[in-house]
Design a protein around this ligand. Sequence first.
Ligand SMILES: Nc1ncnc2c1ncn2[C@@H]1O[C@H](COP(=O)(O)OP(=O)(O)O)[C@@H](O)[C@H]1O
Ligand SMILES: O=P(O)(O)O[C@H]1O[C@H](CO)[C@@H](O[C@H]2O[C@H](CO)[C@@H](O)[C@H](O)[C@H]2O)[C@H](O)[C@H]1O
Length: 485
Amino acid sequence: MSDTSWLRTSAVRSGTTVPPAPGLLPALVPMLREWLPRQRWFAGKGRPISGLGLVSATELLPADGRLGTPGLLHLLLDVHQDVQERMPGSGRGQPPDTYQLLLGTRALLPPALAPALVGHAVGGPLDGLTIYEALHDPRLTSLLLERLRAPGRTGHLRFGSEPDAAIPVGLAPRLSTAEQSNSSVIYGDTFILKLFRRIAPGPNPDLELSLALARAGSRRVPAPAAWFEALGLYDEPATLGVLQRFLPGSAGAWELALQAVEDGTDFSGEARALGRATAEVHLALARALPTSTLRRPQIELLAAAMAGRLDAAAAAVPALRPYRAALRTAFDDLAALGTRGTTLAAQRIHGDLHLGQALRTGPGGWVLIDFEGEPARPLPERRRPAPPVQDVAGMLRSFDYAARHHDPSAPGAPEWAKTQRAAFCAGYAEAAGTDPRDEPVAIRAFETDKAVYEVLYEARHRPAWLPIPMAAVRRLAQPPHGRTP
Ligand SMILES: Nc1ncnc2c1ncn2[C@@H]1O[C@H](COP(=O)(O)OP(=O)(O)O)[C@@H](O)[C@H]1O
Ligand SMILES: O=P(O)(O)O[C@H]1O[C@H](CO)[C@@H](O[C@H]2O[C@H](CO)[C@@H](O)[C@H](O)[C@H]2O)[C@H](O)[C@H]1O
């Protein structure tokens, strides 16, 4: 029998490593070690886990040990991994990543885990309890919604909501099957709860920006209704989850674009509308949140960071190495802008804009989601004002992805992508009053930076997709001529 006393602990300070003493957590550790890397949202794939440390454990529903009665355990867990290049800036002494886990605990036999939960066991029995991924258990995800309906604290968890959020009782939950970096539960086609998997101190921009936009009256984002965060563990609260309006029947821009490529139908009207929507979001963000001006030192720093990311990506992905010098010129040209006295306007932006982040609620009715920024970058960096052309470049890259998805070397791909890219920029210019194509140096630098990120991302997560950003790398390595796209 294992000791479950740690289950009653409301929090353990960060930095505590799992003691090699008897107890449920030490017994759970080998199972989590094996289970974590198999999860879609686990960002540290390919690097061995060298240690796990408990940051906090909160029982949202105590496991009382009665047969079949589930308990809900909220864990924040530090995952230490052997150092290997991951993103620039990472090196020896790299801090652990903190992950959020929601675990169901159920006494077994009889009844054993319901068939729907069997494939989601983490392990056990430990102290008579089987441990499983709670998000597959509707009893537990319903409980989570109930908790969000009632603002207040449980241990180190604080639940908050918008004053006018009307969250009905009894909405049926289902776990989203979308390929995503986090985990989402949909409640009755009315709300969607995103649970951030990798946690950092400070407001998560997905909540921060969508709340600012919704409060400013923007209809280009699903309005947040409630959220929860970890308190008292870091200098600042850490956002753990956000409940937003679900857009039933919406269609993803990525799927619509792929369909258009396959059918050979025109997508430029939608691309133009998407450009307008992006510009509207940028204008609203610039009004609602702080802006800044990037001058020579900041522009040089920006270019140096891009060059650093290129070096780190080239170290990790050999296919990138022959293009490194040529790609580098894009960043040198950006730095030269600063040297010549050009300034760049910076503001809060989406930070990881691509077709997968836009949902269409009707013809031309685009809504943007997932304002988290690039998940691999540190949170303070993701919250810093940046030139809005970064988002434009992200979307331009995405049209290229859609064009090459079926066949990376399809002869029609460059032309299809070029048409959509031009339409997107035209739509953006209509709403913003400034045309991103008038900033070719910045666009090329950001596009190159994004393509480099994608090479690393695909090498890690979807090696079969690597030829898509590699085609862009070859294009971007050519000397620039004139306006983009
Ligand atoms: N408000 C919403 N309404 C409808 N579907 C949504 C909504 N928010 C997210 N989704 C769906 O969930 C998927 C994943 O959401 P996203 O915020 O991008 O998660 P992640 O950051 O984990 O990648 C989206 O691609 C979309 O299909
Ligand atoms: O949506 P996420 O926040 O999880 O973003 C990550 O995953 C994306 C893929 O799911 C990745 O996007 C890349 O692939 C897309 C097609 O699947 C394509 O539309 C994008 O242009 C391309 O960058 C994104 O980079 C990554 O951060």
